[in-house]
Design a protein around this ligand. Structure first.
Ligand SMILES: O=C([O-])CC(=O)C(=O)O
Ligand SMILES: [Mg+2]
Length: 611
């Protein structure tokens, strides 16, 4: 597991935000949220209905007085146990399990019984457990989801629900929903089309929204849009739980998604919608359709872009270069799907914002993009036979991909040949194809760079473009390495310890969601992502950067989310998209911090009229 890392600079960072925006008082001031200083929780439920409600249950921790008030006397073992004893039991049971998937199933069951305890455990052991509830194990859980299914969580909207969605949203029991993560399961991590099995991804993302971003467990909603699947093995599996037909596409698909967006937006107009793991080009088309109209973003396009940019900016510092010299980099991106194009667009935005390129075109010229066939280059220079398939390849590029086509280089040039020609400083992998960063590619890069930046970003770890061990071995330990899923630090035969980084959007989306929720931002703006990147790029200390550590470790995700959330909130006010009104004298960083959910038991009181 990754070592705990010093984050002393975080507190400095948050201080910058101790700024009073001096906005007029209002009844809906974010700091005056009555939920925050609640000392008791009212519930209309009693008896077994409390014990079986994961948002209310305390397992064995109900006090004697509570047991009396709530009519659960005798329904739980007699000894009233504090949370620390519960944690001890849970952790022992968890440690006794042998496989990551067994741990995943165990943790899901805990989440389904007692959410406070689940989040307490998760926060206490974030470094260890994020790899179970999130990547890489969540990938395995998606592959196996139909076999390990126990209990439903979240909502499914399927092709048979067309025409019924505006009624269905009222089946969800909670009026307050702050964050919705939605997938159509069409490109689950780097694992491809997993249909309704993709539900584990929104669930895992929202668990991090709560644990790291401090969003309340009651106000998150995981959603699958089940428009069918083209995955033959799932279609033929009698245990599969999704719709048994090929995916809707074209007009049918967009009409379906539109019905869903309209339904959720009308019930929860303030909720942030995070689009997750949608295939290219649907991912972009949906983002472009809704980004101005509702509060939404695409995680794979925009928050992956923010954390990757943060990694590159921090790596500039690690190489004793200025982070404002991004335009000096030569970047090769292998992968032209939603994440690849999204990451590159974020880099271009940042180069333009830094003001050192004359045009967007100049920024594009610093990035070389490859898809599964090789470089997006000039067909006229290609030495490969021109075939119908070849022509189709170019016709299929859209305007976003075309920006990266290089007219001076042969189309479909291989990664190895391109590296020899371009001598890149940064190599990004967003392909979902393991082994794409070959030994020759990395060794060639290392011939020209003292500290090659190697980021195999595909998830889970089985889809990474190379392993940490390979990257360090092939560069004699000189690489600065960051991967989407965690890899342990590597010790070379000469004893040198090479540090790995996890460059995953789990560093960016919880803070983005926190800032957007607290400010009640109407829309999610490009600057929010740019500032997320700048904020995270500043978190590592000079000593950490020197040893190739770019970010605080995963155990600090909560502090990272606070720093990002505060900055995103500021941007929302600066850009006039915030709709929550601050009370006079309120300090933004305090407001954000105080709004963060902390898992602790609150005394429950029965009240027939509460909801
Ligand atoms: O879920 C993750 O680990 C990162 C991500 O969004 C993806 O790979 O699609
Ligand atoms: Mg994703």
């Amino acid at each position: 597991m990754l070592a705990t890392r010093n984050i002393s600079r975080l507190s400095n960072l948050v201080k910058f935000s101790r700024r009073n925006y001096g906005l007029p008082a209002s009844a809906i001031g974010v700091g005056s949220d009555p939920r925050k200083d609640k000392t008791v929780q009212l519930t209309p439920l009693r008896g077994v209905n409390i014990i079986h409600d994961p948002l209310l249950s305390k397992g064995t921790a109900f006090s004697i007085a509570e047991r009396e008030r709530l009519s659960i006397r005798g329904l739980v073992p007699p000894r009233c146990q504090e949370m620390d004893k519960q944690l001890l039991r849970i952790k022992r049971n968890l440690d006794a399990l042998e496989t990551p998937l067994a741990k995943f199933v165990f943790l899901s069951a805990l989440q389904d019984r007692n959410e406070i305890l689940f989040y307490k455990l998760l926060i206490n052991y974030l470094d260890e457990l994020s790899g179970i509830i999130y990547t890489p194990t969540v990938g395995e859980a998606c592959l196996m989801s139909h076999s390990i299914y126990r209990r439903s969580r979240g909502m499914y909207f399927s092709s048979q629900d067309r025409g019924a969605m505006s009624a269905m949203v009222h089946n969800w029991p909670h009026d307050e929903v702050d964050v919705i993560v939605v997938t159509d399961g069409s490109r689950v991590l780097g694992l491809g089309d997993l249909g309704a099995n993709g539900m584990q991804i929104p669930i895992g993302k929202l668990s991090l929204y709560v644990a790291a971003g401090g969003i309340r467990p009651r106000s998150v909603l995981p959603v699958v849009l089940d428009v069918g699947t083209n995955n033959e093995s799932l279609l033929n599996d009698p245990l599969y739980l999704g719709m048994g037909h090929p995916r809707l596409d074209g007009e049918d698909y967009y009409t379906f998604v539109d019905e869903w967006v309209t339904a959720v937006h009308s019930r929860w107009p303030n909720a942030l919608i995070q689009f997750e793991d949608f295939k290219y080009p649907h991912a972009y088309n949906l983002l472009n359709k809704y980004r101005e109209k509702i509060t939404c973003f695409n995680d794979d396009i925009q928050s992956t872009s923010a954390i990757t940019l943060a990694g590159i900016l921090a790596s500039l510092k690690a190489r004793n270069l200025s982070p404002t010299d991004l335009n000096q980099e030569r970047i090769i991106c292998v992968g032209a799907g939603s994440a690849g194009v999204g990451v590159c667009e974020g880099i271009v935005d940042a180069m333009v914002a830094q003001g050192k390129v004359k045009s967007r075109e100049e920024a594009y010229s610093r990035i070389w993009m490859l898809d599964q066939d090789g470089l997006l280059g000039n067909p006229a220079l290609s030495t490969v036979d021109s075939t119908a398939a070849f022509d189709e390849r170019h016709q299929n590029f859209d305007e976003r991909q075309r920006c990266y086509i290089k007219s001076d280089l042969s189309d479909r040039l291989s990664l190895e040949d391109l590296i020899e020609k371009v001598k890149p400083t940064v190599l990004l992998g967003l392909t979902g194809v393991p082994g794409v960063f070959s030994e020759k590619a990395i060794r060639t890069m290392a011939k020209y760079q003292e500290k090659p930046i190697v980021f195999p970003l595909s998830n889970p770890d089985t889809r990474a473009e190379c392993t940490a061990e390979q990257a360090f071995k092939w560069t004699e330990g000189r690489a600065i390495f960051a991967s989407g899923s965690p890899f342990a630090d590597v010790t070379l035969p000469n004893g040198k310890v090479c540090k790995t980084n996890q460059c995953n959007n789990s560093y960016s989306f919880p803070g983005l969601g926190l800032g957007i929720t607290v400010s009640r931002a109407r829309t999610v703006t490009p600057n929010m992502f740019l500032e997320t990147a700048n904020t995270i790029a500043d978190l590592a200390s000079p000593a950490q950067l020197k040893e190739g550590v770019l970010f605080p470790g995963v155990s600090h995700l909560r502090e990272v989310a606070l720093a990002v959330g505060t900055r995103v909130c500021e941007v929302a006010y600066e850009e006039n998209v915030a709709t929550a009104v601050l009370q006079p004298g309120e300090i933004l960083s305090d407001v954000v911090q105080n709004s963060m959910f902390v898992p602790e038991y609150i005394p429950l009181v029965h009240s027939p009229n509460a909801h």
